[in-house]
Write a protein that binds this ligand. Structure first.
Ligand SMILES: [Fe+2]
Length: 546
């Protein structure tokens, strides 16, 4: 079966293609349109589809829309508030429903030849859940989904056995842990539905002084759900305007909401485990991108292993919806083995891009050695290899790499990217070396957990140690990422450090680099020292010797 998954309803529009149960392509629309998060999360934008991501997925597989057996749309308007006579009522909620109902026709208009009757609506949280339990490498798992909202709920707890999901609990709106975190994000002067990870980073600078108050407001209900009472955030910390300096009071609010989120997550996981007795937990939904909470759950919670969908936000529902429908149509679906499901180019195509741009390049005999040399000499390298990644993390295909031993590199990378200085950058490390340097859940291939840096290493890799002594690591397996593994070894031979700084290849406010043009634009605009475009190496110094 050929099933195209589509996420379009809120934000992070994305498409994913599953053929005969295998994920063959998945990509976010923002990587094509260069508009961060694809579109604003407002009801008016519900009609906007991931046109270019969907077209690319089909082209990648050599398919035309007529050949699709189904399109899986990750929202079911039949479960949402009815459109009613006034679509402006309830903050335009009816308009969202109306647009979602019309999605088959909109899809037909952007994919001529598509049969609108092949569009299937998949409930939002079923799509999130499928992106976890069907994509994870487990035959059975407990499943936890937490986000801002779906049609009428903000949470799902269930169990999956051989791919069949049994829903055990679902929390209805208005109670939502994701929306509470979004409120705090907005209150602290960051962008709602976008910058929640900044609140998580800021939390490390504060103390959870408002935890008792948050414990009163946010409670689990003993039946797998929870309630969130309205909280007047102004009484906890002064609203911060965008661009204003943050103060200890802001960090304390961030720390308080982060601490309560972790506690509630633990209580929800404990309830779920009491129902299922499962060894493994799979997770998705925007809240599952909170890697500090994930680590807390991994260490304090009842499950032995936790697998989090790398595209845990709404983009991942395109993949989940496609997997769900493929299975419903009788395919046996396979777990995903990599997040590198986006676009890639051949070496010749990459060389042609550089030739067209009149950019001088080398073809080093050993790229890993040549790049390690630049990193060891304290250079920053833009690293563009293979297919781009699905989800918000750079995992070594579209990355900025630097020497973790140099403390100034944190400030330099945040400057290169135009980011706030309180934000940490993350390390990558060979899987076999990770336990010697970091303490926390392993392996961690998708950067969805934080780890404590072992005391002996803190002074040695200052660029990647957050203020609380943690680091959000990516473990690299040689069999899966041979070039990255060789690069890590080559850097260690020169610096004695088994760790390299890895942060996403983009500048502030822009989506991650996806195609060679983006890479050249980013390289041209940001003060990085070299660009490794596939096997080709561009050195900034050489550009000025022309
Ligand atoms: Fe969601």
């Amino acid at each position: 079966m050929r099933v195209l998954g589509v996420n379009a309803v809120f934000h992070d529009p994305a498409a994913a293609l599953v053929v005969d149960g295998l994920v063959v392509a998945a990509a976010e629309e923002e990587r094509f349109t260069r508009r961060k998060h694809g579109k604003p999360p407002v009801p008016f934008a519900t009609w906007e589809l991931p046109e270019r991501a969907a077209a690319w997925c089909l082209a990648h597989a050599g398919l035309v829309p007529e050949e699709l057996d189904a399109v899986a749309y990750s929202y079911d308007p039949a479960l949402a508030p009815a459109a009613g006579p006034d679509v402006t009522a309830d903050a335009w909620e009816g308009l969202r429903t109306l647009y979602a109902e019309r999605a088959p026709r909109f899809l037909h208009s952007v994919m001529p030849g598509l049969d609108p009757a092949c569009v299937r609506f998949v409930p939002h949280h079923i799509a999130h859940a499928a992106s976890a339990h069907l994509a994870a490498p487990y035959l059975r798992s407990s499943v936890l989904v937490l986000d801002g909202r779906g049609e009428r709920a903000s949470h799902l707890a269930g169990r999956s056995v051989d791919g069949e999901l049994e829903v055990l609990a679902a929390q209805q709106l208005p109670h939502s842990l994701g929306l509470l975190y979004e409120e705090v994000t907005d209150h602290l002067g960051f962008r709602r539905s976008s910058d929640e990870y900044k609140v998580m980073a800021l939390a490390a600078y504060g103390t959870p002084s408002w935890l008792p108050k948050l414990r009163e407001a946010v409670r689990t209900t003993g039946d797998g759900g929870f309630t969130v009472a309205p909280i007047d955030l102004d009484t906890l910390a002064k609203r911060r305007r965008e661009g204003e300096r943050w103060t200890g009071e802001h960090a304390d609010l961030a720390a308080s909401v982060q601490a309560r989120l972790q506690e509630v997550l633990l209580e929800l996981a404990a309830w779920l485990h009491a129902q299922t007795g499962d060894r493994d937990l799979t997770m998705a939904g925007g809240v599952a991108l909170n890697c500090v909470a994930n680590s807390y759950l991994a260490e304090q919670g009842p499950f032995e292993r936790i697998w989090v969908q790398p595209a845990a936000g709404d983009a991942g529902t395109a993949l989940g919806a496609a997997l769900h429908v493929a299975q419903a149509l009788g395919d046996r679906v396979a777990s995903m083995s990599t997040a590198a499901l986006g676009r890639g180019w051949t070496d010749d195509e990459l060389a042609a891009w550089l030739t067209t741009a009149k950019v001088p390049y080398e073809r080093p005999a050993d790229l890993a050695e040549a790049v390690a040399e630049v990193i060891a000499a304290h250079g920053v390298v833009a690293w563009f290899q293979g297919r781009s990644e699905y989800g918000p993390r750079a995992l070594g295909h579209r990355s900025l790499l630097a020497n973790a031993g140099r403390a100034e590199n944190l400030e330099r990378l945040n400057d290169v990217k135009g980011r706030e200085q309180f934000r940490p950058v993350a390390p990558m490390v060979l899987g076999e070396r990770a336990a010697a340097v970091f303490d926390g859940p392993l392996p961690s291939p998708y950067m969805l957990f934080t780890h404590r840096v072992r005391p002996a290493w803190r002074q040695r890799i200052p660029a990647v140690v957050h203020v609380d002594g943690s680091a959000r690591i990516q473990t690299v397996e040689r069999a899966e990422e041979p070039l990255l593994a060789r690069l890590l070894e080559a850097v260690e031979r020169r610096t004695g450090l088994p760790v390299v700084v890895n942060t996403s290849l983009n500048t502030a406010g822009r989506p991650m680099v996806d195609d060679p043009r983006d890479a050249l634009e980013c390289f041209g605009a940001a003060p990085v020292d070299a660009l490794a475009l596939g096997p080709l190496l561009v050195r900034r110094a050489a550009l000025f010797r022309q």
